[in-house]
Design a binder for this molecule. Sequence first.
Ligand code: NPW
Ligand code: ADP
Length: 496
Amino acid sequence: MQTILTAQQMRLADEHTISQRSISSLTLMEEASRAFVNAFLACEADKKVSIHVFAGQGNNGGDGLAIARLLQAEGYPGLQVSIAAFTGRQSADFSVNLARLKEAGIEPVWITVPGRVPDSSAVVIDALFGSGLNRPLDENYNRLAAQINHMGARVYAVDVPSGLASERPFPGEYNGVRALRTFTFQRPKRSFFLPESAAAQQAFEVLDIGLDERFIESQHSDMVLLEPEDMRSLLRPRKPFSHKGTYGHALLVAGSPATMGAALLAAKGCLNAGAGLTTLAIPASGLTALNTALPEVMALPEAEMANAAGLARFSVLAAGPGLGTDESAAAKVNLLLTTGRPLLLDADALNILADRQWLDRLPCGSVLTPHMKEFDRLFGPATDWNERLENALGQATARKITIVLKNQYTFVVPPGGRAFVNPTGDPAMAQGGMGDVLTGILAALLAQGYAADDACKIGCYIHGAAGMRLASQQFVVSASAVAAEIPAVLKHCLLN
Ligand SMILES: NC(=O)C1=CN([C@@H]2O[C@H](COP(=O)(O)OP(=O)(O)OC[C@H]3O[C@@H](n4cnc5c(N)ncnc54)[C@H](OP(=O)(O)O)[C@@H]3O)[C@@H](O)[C@H]2O)[C@@H](O)CC1
Ligand SMILES: Nc1ncnc2c1ncn2[C@@H]1O[C@H](COP(=O)(O)OP(=O)(O)O)[C@@H](O)[C@H]1O
């Protein structure tokens, strides 16, 4: 796991590393710039490409000037450097790098009043502002950012796209530089995981610049990034002499005549993520489909969904995919709530909770898997994703539940004030039914005895990893294909 730092903590990590390694801040800037250049070389191998570096006057600008000098030394002749100096003071390391730039024979152009910038370069390096941005861009910087965006160049941002706040995006429409790729130092920035950052960058890559990892990991943060190694330590291999009873019995209350597929997808996810037994509680009209598509899965006769005591034999109770929100669906959710046991609720089960105001009946230890709209319906509207995430952090702690807030970067939010960010997944997965499969996977992991937070971390990770594996070969991946890929992904995660 990687702790995601605030801008202030990042500065402390810089300072700590500088004193611990007995180097100057200038050396660290040179190393960061070298790391940027190495990553840039891999993307822009043609040395004849025209490059325009836009630098501010802070340390991010200092990086920009060092990068320009290093690129010239690498043999890129077509370099221009512009320094935006509408306001502000020069940082000490910027000033030294300005002198070094001039010594290297590169004379920068100073932009002190708004005007037209030359727009012929194929590549832009954006080093106007980095993690020091502490207020929205003013009119002059805003106009410069718009001009850069209009150039049609391939834009590489240094550390943070200029205009994007590194912790939480500023309110309103994004008006900064739109980068193709950001090469960011040591850690992704918190705002990169919020969907609003999509306006600022298409992708980011993290560069190790040698900051002290022990110091970084000692910092308190509300955001932690999951890594492949976490799966290895969380996942448990199948045991010798084990049998189907060892791995739990999941009950999935799902499906309605028009949305039986959702129930089947959840069951397929559950089966493939290793539950010992999977039982579906679906309307009778779905039984033929179930027996044909998933012969391993059992069905619970509808009459049994009226008796809470009969549910005691299941190790996990899950509900929601394709369930509908009518009276009979609500009666099923009501029955589950009366058991007083932790529940796994998704989709329509969440809508039923919201519509009937049953949230306060939810037992501690439950897991909710809402997407954005379901979350807002349950917990109230949010003006942006940061507010939504902060609400999730508060709700999970107050209610002692785990919230899986789904998105490109899904946040697993258990009680305790930290969101675990799932890094796996691919836009090829943006297709209906994907969440149903996730619910089945989570049910299987809970049935196998994983704690709620661990089940959610593993489940989200393997779900996204399965999508990524398929997306490496396919334009779009179906939810059933993701479910089918899960056993191979689990094996891979255990072995690697
Ligand atoms: N520390 C290190 O050793 C290393 C640092 N590194 C690099 O440093 C970068 C951080 O540098 P930084 O802290 O100097 O801030 P930066 O982003 O350049 O902004 C400059 C100043 O602009 C101002 N300002 C803010 N918002 C504004 C606005 N809207 N419009 C106008 N002005 C605005 C604000 O000053 P203020 O006006 O508040 O006094 C701010 O301080 C980091 O991203 C990485 O690239 C790497 O080299 C690794 C080693
Ligand atoms: N662009 C994407 N990148 C990564 N994961 C995605 C993307 N789009 C969708 N997903 C994943 O697919 C699932 C969609 O869930 P949900 O919206 O509930 O789907 P459905 O209701 O169709 O079953 C989530 O787990 C989400 O993380």
